[in-house]
Design a protein around this ligand. Structure first.
Ligand SMILES: *Cc1c(COP(=O)(O)O)cnc(C)c1O
Length: 386
């Protein structure tokens, strides 16, 4: 066995040791941690639905009707009417033939990449989420990383492999909205390249679903790209939709193939049906309440303007993910500590979650924030010690 004490000591020495917070309140923009009341700018609850009374009521009704645990995997006896209804509503939402639920986004990505790529070739953006990277590893594929959003580099890798990969499955995988940077993958150009090279294109829209595009239909709708093969859409339910779980959407044949072959679908307990019931309600709210996205856009604009006035180094992002790059892990941790003492919860994001030297405060916005929260945050950032 590894010397675990040494592993932990090294983490501490590098300033990379992580402590879990214990929340005593619901996930919200104002959270309680022990004796502290903090304004939170760090959740992925972009539409303020994680603690919405109608979503809570739906969960309670779902539990009263279906109980708590699904009790079995989807292919045995864990797949219920609530799952079936949610899958249909998700497919309708993203305008696909069919959708299938997975227990988490992490598992959806593992399942999709291994099912579609096998031992073939997988091309990944350098800043992809860990679950897409791990999918390529689990598939024991030939994995390649291209520089962030660099299509010339991707094209070069595809060409380099063209002979060796002839006849083997190939797949490009990318976050649609990069989780730690907030910028967007260029979907139309990626799709063009995928078609040209004859590869599949897995789009992980964890941070786009509910937030981007008309009615919050996500990154495909934002770019007016159809979620059709060679493109495959993975969405998650634990971020803007405020609940838990994930889905893959696309052609009926693709979805059926995943149900039959994706190991992270087959060998795990189905999502609790009450969660599916709660998600049906949060999906309806996310679709119908356009004001949530409009308010969010206003808050993001207000923050970016204020930050520009302060000369803060924000990344080029228009999404609710607004990282402030600080460089070293120590500097980011010190800033997070100072902000916490000023009443804000914005943990430092450090390597290996982000590349070395780019430790940051990952500031995120929710439609539940008010302008006064943004103004208070800007005041605090203005007096952040160097
Ligand atoms: C959060 C996230 C996931 C994982 O989703 P979970 O449902 O939390 O497992 C996958 N991809 C991206 C880009 C994410 O941000």
């Amino acid at each position: 066995m590894k010397d675990l004490d040494a592993v932990l000591a090294e983490r501490r020495a590098q300033g990379l040791y992580r402590e879990r917070l214990v929340l005593d309140s619901p996930q919200s923009i104002e959270v309680r941690v022990g004796e502290e009341d903090l304004v939170s700018f760090c959740s992925n609850d972009y539409l303020g639905l994680a603690n919405h009374p109608d979503v809570i009521a739906a969960l309670q009704r779902g539990a009263a009707r279906y109980g708590v645990g699904a009790g079995a995997s989807h292919l045995i006896s864990g797949h219920g009417r609530a799952h079936e209804a949610l899958e249909e509503e998700l497919a309708d939402f993203v305008q696909c033939e069919r959708a299938v639920l997975f227990s988490t986004g992490y598992m959806a990505n593992l399942g999709v990449v291994t099912a579609l790529a096998g031992r073939g070739y997988v091309y990944e953006d350098h800043l992809n989420h860990a679950s897409l990277i791990d999918g390529a590893r689990m598939a024991r594929s030939n994995a390649r990383r291209y520089d962030h959003r660099n299509l010339a580099h991707l094209r070069q890798l595809l060409e380099e492999d063209a002979v060796a990969a002839a006849g083997a499955p190939r797949l490009i995988a990318t976050d649609a909205v990069f989780s730690m940077d907030g910028d967007l993958a260029p979907l139309p150009a990626l799709l063009h390249l995928a078609r040209e090279a004859g590869t599949a294109l897995v789009i992980d829209d964890a941070h786009g679903i509910g937030v981007l595009g008309p009615s919050g239909r996500g990154s495909f709708a934002h770019w007016t790209v159809e979620p059709r093969l060679p493109a495959v859409l993975v969405g998650t339910l634990g971020k803007a939709l405020g609940t838990f779980g994930a889905f893959v959407a696309g052609e009926a044949s693709l979805i059926e193939a995943l149900i039959q072959t994706a190991r992270t679908y087959i060998y795990t307990t189905a999502l609790p049906p009450a969660i599916a019931e709660a998600t049906r309600v949060s999906l309806r709210i996310a679709r119908e309440e356009q004001w949530r996205r409009e308010h969010l856009a206003k808050l993001i604009g207000r923050f970016r303007e204020g930050a520009a006035r302060l000369g803060l180094a924000l990344l080029p992002s228009d999404t609710p993910i607004q990282p402030l790059i600080l460089g070293s892990a120590d500097r980011a941790a010190a800033a997070a500590g100072w902000l916490r003492s000023a009443g804000f919860l914005i943990p430092a994001i450090r390597p290996p979650t982000v590349p070395a030297g780019s430790a940051r405060l990952r500031i995120t916005f929710s439609s539940a924030h008010e302008e006064r929260h943004v103004d208070r945050l800007l005041e605090a950032l203005a007096s952040l010690p160097p």
